[in-house]
Design a binder for this molecule. Sequence first.
Ligand code: NZQ
Ligand code: ZN
Length: 393
Amino acid sequence: MNGDFTLYTPTKVVFGHDAELQAGALIRAAGGTRVLIHYGGQSAVRSGLLSRVEAALDAAGLFHVSLGGVVPNPRLEKVYEGVALCKQHGVDFLLAVGGGSVIDSAKAIAYALAEPEYDVKDLYEHTRTPKACFPLGVVLTIAASGSEMSDSSVISYEDKKRGCNSDLCRPKFAIMNPALTATLPAYQTEAGCTDILMHTLERYFVNGSRMELTDAIAEGLLRTVMHYALVLRDEPENYAARAEIMWAGSLSHNGLTGCGNDAGDWSCHRLEHELGAMYDVTHGAGLAAVWGSWARYVLKNCLPRFKRFAETVMQVAPGATDEETAENGIAALEAFFRSIGMPTNLKELGVSPSEEDIRLLAHNCAIAVGGRIGSAMVLREADMANIYRMALN
Ligand code: NZQ
Ligand code: ZN
């Protein structure tokens, strides 16, 4: 029935100063004994975080082995490497130290270990659904993807970027020390804020059922993230602002902001995933680059929501008509994106697909979503191509 929902957020959140020092005890409490510490490039090594986490595991008497090298838009090849290493060492718990890319790679390894008779790629091809998953925990270093509490894992392979969604992969715990995000480059901080906004916006622009409380939570989250994204632009070391953004990142994608609001729209995410697959762009920036074009394309089909967004979130002056008010809201969010250094079209994102590329992007997107996607407006392949065209510059 419309408005019914299930909210499942089993992840224990340990938030605040020095929280990473609890990693060993948390793994022990979750039943882990032999741990793969999974991380990305050099940021966690340079900051000393990795050493601190290793020391915490040593103090808890845990065996551990490490595997770094996860790249943004994480690759399946690294997943296979992790699986082999885990099998070699009898690993029974995964600890992701990083952002969405590292967490998603750890989730994929965890799936593969739980069902070793299958190729984990099947899950991302959607030819099989997961039946089991090894336990994992997270030490979060960037507020963005929400993967630390989400049911999702997104992996890139060949020329594809595909997600697998299942409650089985929700982390046992998420360690969130906002201070760990202070070393982020400004662009990653703001791309992260954009992704956080988008996880709530995707759930907000729906036709059909909605709940007032969910809308109020969503609108509060959106206003809070926009406020603190600007604070962090000017004061990247501001702990309180880092904390607000980090908590918003988790709440934006653990399901809370969608309760009772159908299943969300998700078109922008699917359009962006194809850009990520073709051009390896930063996820949050890719979302900002398509959002305005998507919004204008679907506006008339979801006018009351866009009007409410304009008034309640962007707090624009009313226009002569509801449509004008709604358009002012879209322009205001685009202006906000520009103010935090995010692109509002593909040219600003740094990519210029040809007409042939656009057709391929739309075709691949349509295949990935089974032909149609969206709630604000249901999009098919031709619509997807139109939105990419509108987003060119
Ligand atoms: O690799 P290192 O050296 O750590 O550098 C990373 C990376 O270059 C850097 N970074 C992270 N923490 C840092 C830091 N640099 C300095 N100090 C720190 N504390 O930031 C860069 C980006 O990291 P990444 O993990 O890629 O960022 P994000 O968390 O935005 O994750 C993006 C991935 O998550 C997917 C995206 O599609 C993309 O593949 N998503 C996953 C979701 C999920 N599982 O629920 C939902 C999202 O919608 C999204 O699709
Ligand atoms: Zn996202």
